[in-house]
Structure formats: C-alpha cells, structure tokens
Design a protein around this ligand. Sequence first.
Ligand code: THG
Length: 373
Amino acid sequence: MAFGITPGTRIRKSPFFDATVAAGVTDLTVYNRMYMPTGFGDFEAEYRRLIETVALWDMAAERQVQVSGPDAARLVQMLMPRDISKMKVGQGRYALLNDVKGRLINDPVLLKLAEDRYWFSIADSDMEYWVGGIAAATGLDVDVSEPDVSPLAIQGPNAPAVVADLFGDWVHDLKYFAFRQADLDGIPLLVARSGWSKQPGFELYLMDGSRGTDLWNRVMSMGLPHGIGPGAPNVVERTEGDLLSWGADTRPDANVFELGMEAFVNLDMEPDFIGKAALRRIRDEGPKRRRVGLFIDPPSLNASEDNWPVCDGAGNTAGSVSIAVPSIRLERNIAIALVDAAHAAVGTRLVVDTPDGARDAMVTTLPFIQPGG
Ligand code: THG
C-alpha cells in the first residue's frame, strides 16, 4: 500500500521536522496529533544502525504534560500507581496511568523537575485533558500545561560515546531515566538516559522549539565518526525486545495484569491512586486475557497492519495479534498477541489468520531477545 498523509494545520510539526525532511524522511505516522518520522527509505539499514552503531530519532510527538504548583506532587500521586514520595529531582519513572475502571490509558515517562514541577512525557493519548480534568475536579492548587519541550532520541551502542563527546563524561553516570539540565552552544535542554529501544540510549529534551534544526545538526556532526544516521522507533527491534507500544499492544479495555506490566504497579502501597480499587479486583479475580509472544510459521510475513484473529486448533477465537513482524536477528516471524488466559501457556499451539492465509503459531515467552542479546 502506498499513500501519503494530507498535511494540514491539525497535524503539528515537530521542531525537528525540517531537519528530518532534509535528512530524507520517507515515512511518517501521526502520533499525539503530530507528524512522527518512521522511516528514511531503507528499513534494514536503519535497523542495523540501531543495533550496531547509533541512530537519531525525532521523538517530539512524545509531548510533555507539565504539572506545577504547590499541589503538584499530590496530583501526580493520584494519577501514578507507584509511590513517588521518595522520588528525587532529576529522576524519572515509567508511569502506567490507569482510569477508574483499571484500564491502561497511557504509559508515559514521569520526570521530576523540581519539588513542585513534574512532566509526563506521554504516549499516544490526550493526557493534558485527563490530567487537567482531574486537577479541576479535585480543586488542587496546580497548573497543567504543555511546555515548549521536544525529545530527540540518540539510540544504539555508540549513543553513550556521542553524548559524552557532546556533554562530557558525566553522562555515563546517569542512571536509567535520570536526567540533568545542560546546554549546547546556548541551546537549552535536558540530557536523559532513556529511549524507546533496548539498545543503550539517551534523549535530549530540547527546551526551545526554535532551535530544533540547530540541535539535530549539532548531534549529527558530532556523531558522524560514531556512524550516526537518521532513524525512528523501530517496530522490529521493539517487538524483539518487547517494549510496550500503547495503542498497538493494548486494547481500549486492557489492564496492566493482562498486559503483564503489573511489576510497575504497587497495589499494596499506602497512597491511593486512580484505578487502584479496580486493579485490586482484577488482581483478585485473575486477568481474563494475557499478552504473549508467538512464533508464526514461515514463510516470512510483512509487518501486520491489523489485529489478525488468533484461533485455537478447533477454530474457536482465542484473541488477536497486536503486532507481527519478521525478526531480522532471529530470522523467523514473531508476534505479540492478546489471548484468552486459557490459551496463554507457553507451548500452546494456535492458528493466526493472516492476509496470506492461516498460519500455525506457538505461544512463547517475552521478550524474544534479551537486552544485550
Ligand atoms: N521517550 C520519551 N517519552 C516517551 C517515550 C519515549 N513517552 C511514551 C513512551 N515512549 C513511553 N513508553 C516507554 C516504554 C518503555 C520504556 C520507555 C518508554 C523503557 N522501559 C525499560 C524496559 O522495558 O526495559 C525500562 C523500564 C524500567 O525498568 O523502569 O525504556 O521513548 N521521552
């Protein structure tokens, strides 16, 4: 299928948009009502760059929702299924946000900028309305807004060397999701150890949207000796490594227990949070579905665009595929699926209804490839 995206003012351009066009972007998706680059014309080369050297990604569509003011920590804790009372300024946390029914509504990274200021760096759903609505309904003394902040990801085994060349050796001491304020020739930014890949990586949170091209070009030129090139979130690498893609791996009614993400939720802590009671019920009853890995029989498939149905051997619906791709490193078809708990045991034989016909499949453990593997 070949088609374009009709441009228009409803879709916002990233501060890095012009730079990615100059770098030869060929594919874009729409994410948080912004264009987001997904390819530069050679998928295999972009994958190799991420696994073997280093790639530069425009992640500005991971928009920031800022919570500031005297009650900021109280509001964040109401939303957040982990205890934030011990979180220090300069730390980040993976944040699985739930609604009152226990449905997972976003999976941002939470950054603590100050005792009274936090950012949620959000996935693809409208969190400013959610957070702002809760703030208004509770009457807490906070302001909820979108700051001028745009993440730029540097991902791959050579990412630490590139970021150290740019900022100094202190970057090696940053713990995962931790960040520090810095600047590059007067470009204000945060340096964070994070990014949506299983490779070593950093993100630069640009804090002046007029400097996007400057920052992109500066990182590119410093990265050239390290083999840097343009890239994007990689659907094969993320499937191999099992990074959750909210909206793809989830369903509108899916919860953290079904998704296998309950390690990031603390139902036994003292603070209450939205969804806690519902998630306790789900925990006690046991989740009805499970997110699982599948090996799908050859020949090689194209990446899935739809939730392909999954059936058991007798032809009964068992669930659906979230993403199926041909794994480049494993040289076989791999998939992530959401299936009824009865069909989730490792080794269970299932049938996937692909556009190329029915294919036998087998349930396996996630991730397909361990970090460093
Ligand atoms: N960058 C920024 N914001 C984002 C994303 C990003 N917001 C939305 C989305 N991506 C957030 N989703 C994830 C999911 C997983 C991880 C990071 C962002 C991740 N997880 C590690 C893992 O699974 O190994 C570690 C999790 C942990 O131990 O806490 O890296 O890409 N700015």
